[in-house]
Design a protein around this ligand. Structure first.
Ligand code: NAD
Ligand code: UDP
Length: 310
C-alpha cells in the first residue's frame, strides 16, 4: 500500500484519480481549496478510512503528517474561462503551488507527478505534437497565464529532479472529458452538451475549423497510473489522437443528444490554438498505453451525467 497525496483532488480529473488510488488499495490525501473544484466530487469518498481531505490553498506552506510515497500535483484552474477569470491564482498555483508541492516531495522522499498540458505547445507549428517540440506560446497574451505557469512548473520539476534527485513524472494532458466536469466551466464539452440538452444555441467559436482531440477520463487515469509507476522522468503526452474540428464536434453532440438546437458562431478567443493532436508514440512505447474508450461511448456517458445535473 502507498500513501498518495493529490492536489486539486476535488476537481474533475483529481477526483477520478482519488477514486482510482483508493480502488487500488492505497491511502489518499486530497488537498483542494475548491476554487474551481466541487465538494460533491469527493463526497462519496469521505467515509472511506483510507481517504482524508485537507482544505487548503497549495500556494501556502503544505503540512502533512507521516510519510508520503507520491505527490500528484493537479491543482490549477484548467478551463480557459476559469483561468482568464483567475489569472493571478493560475500563475500562483503553477509557480508557488508547484514549488510547495515539490518541497514537500523532497522532504518526504516522495515521487512527484506534475499535471502539465498540451497548452505548453501553444498554437503549435508542429502537428501532431510530440514531446520534443518546444512550442509556440504567446507569453503576454491572456492564455499566457496558464501556458507559462505550466511551462514554469515543468522547468521547476526538472530542476528539482536534477538538483535534488527527486523522481519526477510530467504528464502533458490533452483535452480530457467525462463526468464531474462542471456544467458551467466554459469548456467546449460541457458547453455544447448543456446547450444541446437545454435546446439553446450551440456556440461554435470562430469558423469551427480549429481542431481538438478528445480523451475519455478513464483512459487518462490509466495512463497516469502507468506513468507514475514507470521510471521515466521527462514529459509524456497522454490523450486520444482522434482529431476533429470543433464544428464536427458540435454536430456530433447534436446527433448524440437528438437536440434541435441551432449552431451559431461567436468570436474566436485570442490565441485559441488552431490545431491540437497528441503524438502518443512515447506513451505507447514506455507504458504500453493507448486510449481504449470509444469517444462517442464516452460522450454518451458524459451526456447522461450532465442530464442528471440539469
Ligand atoms: P478542475 O478545475 O476540475 O480541477 C482543478 C482543481 O484544482 C479544482 O478542484 C480546484 O479547486 C483545485 N485548485 C486550483 N487551485 C488551487 C490551489 N491554489 N490550492 C488548492 N487547490 C486548487 O480541472 P481539471 O480538468 O480536473 O484539471 C486538473 C489538472 O489537469 C489541472 O492541473 C489542469 O491544468 C490539468 N489539465 C487538464 C486538462 C483537461 O482536459 N481536463 C488538460 C490539460 C491539463
Ligand atoms: N469552443 C467553442 N465553443 C464553446 C467553447 C469552446 O467553439 O462554447 C472552442 C474553443 O474556441 C476551442 C475548442 O472549442 O477552439 C476547445 O475549447 P476548450 O475551452 O474546451 O479548451 P481548449 O482546448 O481551448 O483549452
Amino acid at each position: 500500500m502507498s500513501r498518495v497525496m493529490i492536489t486539486g483532488g476535488a476537481g474533475f480529473i483529481g477526483s477520478h484519480l482519488c477514486e482510482r488510488f483508493l480502488a487500488d488499495g492505497d491511502e489518499v490525501i486530497c488537498v483542494d481549496n475548491f476554487i474551481t473544484g466541487n465538494p460533491d466530487n469527493i463526497a462519496a469518498l469521505l467515509p472511506e478510512q483510507r481517504f482524508s481531505f485537507i482544505h487548503q490553498d497549495v500556494t501556502q506552506y503544505i503540512y502533512v503528517k507521516g510519510p508520503l510515497d507520491a505527490i500528484l500535483h493537479f491543482a490549477s484552474p484548467a478551463s480557459p474561462v476559469d483561468y482568464l477569470e483567475l489569472p493571478i491564482q493560475t500563475l500562483k498555483v503553477g509557480s508557488l503551488g508547484t514549488h510547495k508541492a515539490l518541497g514537500l516531495a523532497k522532504e518526504k522522499g516522495a515521487r512527484f507527478l506534475l499535471a502539465s498540458t498540451s497548452e505548453v505547445y501553444g498554437d503549435p507549428l508542429v502537428h501532431p505534437q510530440n514531446e520534443e517540440y518546444w512550442g509556440n506560446v504567446n507569453p503576454i497574451g491572456p492564455r499566457g497565464v496558464y501556458d507559462e505557469a505550466k511551462r514554469f512548473a515543468e522547468a521547476l520539476t526538472m530542476a528539482y529532479h536534477r538538483a535534488h534527485g527527486i523522481p519526477t513524472r510530467i504528464v502533458r494532458i490533452f483535452n480530457t472529458f467525462g463526468p464531474r466536469m462542471r456544467t458551467n466551466d466554459g469548456r467546449v464539452v460541457p458547453n455544447f452538451i448543456m446547450q444541446a440538452l437545454r435546446g439553446e444555441d450551440v456556440t461554435v467559436y470562430g469558423d469551427g475549423k480549429q481542431t481538438r482531440s478528445f480523451c475519455y477520463v478513464s483512459d487518462l487515469v490509466e495512463g497516469i497510473v502507468r506513468l507514475l509507476h514507470s521510471d521515466y522522468d521527462g514529459p509524456v503526452n497522454l490523450g486520444n489522437p482522434g482529431e476533429m474540428t470543433v464544428l464536427d464536434f458540435a454536430r456530433t453532440i447534436l446527433r448524440l443528444t437528438r437536440s434541435q438546437s441551432r449552431i451559431v458562431h461567436r468570436p474566436l478567443p485570442v490565441d485559441d490554438p488552431k490545431v491540437r493532436q497528441p503524438d502518443i508514440r512515447l506513451a505507447r512505447k514506455l507504458l504500453g498505453w493507448e486510449p481504449k474508450m470509444d469517444v462517442e461511448e464516452g460522450l454518451r456517458v458524459t451526456i447522461e451525467y450532465f442530464r442528471g445535473r440539469l
